[in-house]
Each structure stands twice: as C-alpha cells, then as structure tokens.
Design a binder for this molecule. Structure first.
Ligand SMILES: [Zn+2]
Length: 283
C-alpha cells in the first residue's frame, strides 16, 4: 500500500526503460523522411547525448548491491539530468511539437521514478497520515473557484506522515462538466514539487452546485483518479469543493482505509460520508 510501497520493477529499472524508449523514439524521428528541420535535428542529437549520459549513470547505479544505495544514486542521477531535458523540451517546442511532447513525457516519468527511488519502506501495518492545515483548505477552496478549476497539491514525507503543502493551479481546457489538467502546467508543477523534495499528494477541483450533494465524484473524476494513482502516488487524496464551503475528500486510499487524514487548525467541521471525509468551512 501507500506511496512507500517499493515498486517492481525498481525505480532505477523503470527509469532506464523510460530513457531507452525516449532514445528509440528520438532516433525514429531522426530517421523519418523527409528529415525534420535542421534545428530539430540538432536538438534531438543533444537530447540523445543527455539521455545517453543519464542511461550510463543509471546502469552504473543499477549494479549497486543495496536497494537503498540504488535509490539514492538513481534519484541523484535523475535530478542532475532533469533541468537539461526540460530546457531542451522547451527549446524544441517551437520547431517540432512531437519531440517536445516526447521529452516532456520522459521528464514526467523520470520525476515519478525519482520520487519512487527515494521512498523509504514503511513498516508492515503502518499507515500514512496525511496532515492538512485548515488554512490550506480555505486556500484550496478560494483557489479552485470559479468552477471548475483544478489544483495539484504537494506533500512532503516526514517519517510516517505526509505534510500537505502548496497547491498549483493546472486547469486546462474543457467544459464546466469536464476539465482536464493542462500538460505544460502539470509538468511545471511536478518539476517544482520534485525540486523541492515533494510529491503530488492531492488533486482538487471544484464542482457547480452546493452542499455535500455537489461534491460527489463523477465517473470522469474516478477515471482521472485511477490515472493519477497509477502515474503518481497510490495514497493520493482527491478533493472536490463547491462554492458554499463543502469539501469532499475521497479516493482509493481513503476508501481502502490505507491512509488517515488529520485536519489541523481551526474553522473546519469534519464529518464522514462512508469512507469519505466531508469538511465544511465556516462561511
Ligand atoms: Zn468533477
């Protein structure tokens, strides 16, 4: 369970797979006829070289004996490579969007591997406690309006706890009934979280309607939640807010009783709706 579950394959192995498949895709872009514009070719070659350096570091790390040494080494190698890859993705975007998408996708996957590499084992039976300050809940409610804005929220692992921190607005295009994260803003948020030693711990969006009844997740929301927990952390807590100060905290980690949520501070009335938490903020 939980973000601390060590994944198989190891984070180092999955980072190597990410790098190798990005390299193969770049090579096939270079082999295409007609050739891409010269500037794209140069940027692709630079990306191949940077990914080659990262692959060599990761293969080296993968040969280490202890999983903890591997984790530390892989995280360090990925952190060293990320700024260069992100810069290249931005530079190539004006010349060749598919290459930019490919590099951005690889960077997002590497960020996930980096977070996994640094996870510490949690003792069997131990549960994560997600600690949320009530001031942040007020902040999320204001920031997620008007309907239907989307936020991703950073969390920092501290012993058995995850301390909830800053939110990043990532609203993309979509109708009121269905909003999606903007890929660029999401990537920037993930890089910021990674640089500051955090992971994506919450996902929050707003709904039209009022009261607890307005906060039920739609089928699109539960689908999005499944995608997030596959790509990011399995103890992700999802939140839906409505205008009159009701917030529902939901998601598989809560529904399976894998995490505890602790609301710290004043001004939030906490009740339960099944396994979900229903919060009401003073208006
Ligand atoms: Zn929704």
């Amino acid at each position: 369970m939980l973000i601390a579950r060590r994944q198989t394959p190891t984070a180092t192995r999955s980072a190597i797979t990410t790098v190798e498949s990005a390299r193969e895709n770049i090579v096939s872009i270079l082999m295409k006829r007609p050739s891409p514009p010269m500037q794209t070719v140069l940027l692709c070659r630079e990306a191949l070289s940077q990914l080659g350096v990262l692959r060599a570091s990761l293969v080296d790390v993968n040969a280490r004996s202890s999983s903890e040494q591997q984790g530390v080494g892989a995280a360090r190698a990925i952190r060293a490579a990320l700024p260069g890859l992100t810069t290249l993705a931005n530079e190539v975007r004006t010349h060749h969007q598919p290459t930019a998408d490919l590099l951005r996708d690889a960077a997002a996957r590497l960020i996930v591997s980096e977070a996994r590499a640094e996870e510490k084992e949690v003792p069997a039976g131990a549960r994560r406690r997600i600690r949320i300050g009530s001031d942040l809940l007020y902040h999320f409610c204001l920031t997620a309006m008007p309907v239907e804005k989307m936020l991703v929220v950073a969390g920092r692992v501290s012993g058995p706890d995850v301390i909830i921190g800053a939110s990043f607005e990532v609203t993309g295009t979509g109708s009121v009934a269905h909003c999606r994260a903007d890929p660029d803003r999401l990537a920037q948020a993930l890089v910021s979280m990674s640089n500051s030693g955090c992971h994506m711990a919450m996902w929050i969006h707003s709904h039209p309607g009022l009261g607890p009844g307005g906060t039920y997740p739609s089928s699109i929301d539960t689908g999005q939640h499944s995608d997030w927990i596959r790509d990011y952390s399995s103890d992700l807590v999802s939140g839906i807010v409505v205008e009159d100060g009701w917030i529902r905290l939901w998601g598989t980690a809560l529904e399976h009783d894998d995490v505890d949520v602790a609301i710290e501070g004043d001004g939030v009335h906490v009740t339960r709706d099944g396994r979900h938490l229903l919060l009401h903020l003073a208006e």
